[in-house]
Every structure is written in C-alpha cells, then in structure tokens.
Ligand binder design. Structure first.
Ligand code: FEO
Length: 176
C-alpha cells in the first residue's frame, strides 16, 4: 500500500483533530465533574476515550502503511461552560467539524483512487453519523424536558442510559 505525501499529511492532520477532540472532552468532563453533573462527566470521559481510539486507528494505519504518524502537540481546550446545554452544543459542533474533515479525507482518497484509505475511512463515516445523532438526541432533551435545575439534573442522570443504548445499537449493527 502506497500513500501519497498529500494523504499522509492529511491523515496526520486528522490525528491532530482526534487528539484535540479527546482533550476537549476531558476538559468538558472535568468541568461537569466539578459542577456536579456526574452523568455528563462520565459521558464525556468515555467520549474522550473513544476519540483516543479514533486517533490510534489513524496512527496504526499510517505506521502500518510504512509512513510516519506524527504525535501532535495539543492546544489548551476550553475549560468552562455557561451551562450543561452549552457543553453539549460545543460537543455537537466539534463532531460536525470532525465529520467535515473525515468527508474531506474521503474526497481526497476518492480523487487519488486510493481505495485502501477509502475503505479504511468508511468506519469513520458511520461513526461520525452516530456521534452527531448522539449529541443531537441529548440536546433535544433540553427542549423536551426543560432547562430549570430539576430538568437539567434529570437529563444529567439519564446520560449513562443514553450512551448504553447507542452502544448496544452499534453492537447490533456490528460496528464495534
Ligand atoms: Fe473522532 Fe468524534 O470524532
């Protein structure tokens, strides 16, 4: 398998985005933890682990293709949010940006007739769809249940169940 220098550079950029996502989710999890949102804290720490897994998949892919994966420096993430809803909105927007960079990689692999990378990326396309749905589903809860203290508490407490529903759906679809 031979990767073009443009593709190697683009995948290394993606490694950097995944690392930043992981760090950003740890920062949100930490904010949730000190604010008292236990369900959300566990949710975001788990989300951070998933992003690290994504980063590692790209690292393995480059290294196994005989290229060099560059382990990036990471900017300090945002550490404070005005509300739990704002934290989840930040998460959704971050996922949407990552989806866009994945689609750009798919476009590049298609343009270059790099079928190996194209095939490798399909897992990420599905994963990003799931991630966006997950965040949208959680954000919907604020419209459905409310934004007063009790409602936000209930949403926070429901988060571990939401994650396990999504995970079991992915398992059913054979994606994990
Ligand atoms: Fe790895 Fe959720 O982007």
């Amino acid at each position: 398998m031979h990767l073009s220098s443009e593709m190697i550079e683009a995948i290394n950029e993606q490694i950097s985005y995944e690392a930043s996502s992981s760090n950003a989710y740890i920062a949100i999890g930490s904010w949730c933890e000190r604010t008292g949102y236990d369900g959300s804290s566990a949710f975001f720490y788990e989300q951070a682990k998933e992003e690290t897994t994504h980063m590692l998949k790209f690292i393995h892919y480059l290294n196994n293709a005989g290229s060099e994966a560059i382990i990036p420096a990471i900017d300090k993430p945002i550490g404070n949010f005005e509300s739990l809803e704002a934290a989840f909105r930040f998460g959704l927007e971050s996922e949407q940006k990552v989806s866009k960079t994945i689609y750009d990689l798919v476009d590049l692999s298609s343009k270059q007739k790099d079928y190996s990378t194209y095939s490798f990326l399909q897992w990420f396309v599905t994963e990003q769809t799931e991630e966006e749905i997950l965040f949208q589903t959680i954000l919907q809860k604020f419209d459905l249940i409310g934004r007063d203290k009790l409602a936000v508490y209930q949403i926070d407490q429901s988060l571990s169940a939401i994650r396990s529903q999504v995970v079991s759906k992915q398992q059913l679809l054979g994606q994990q």
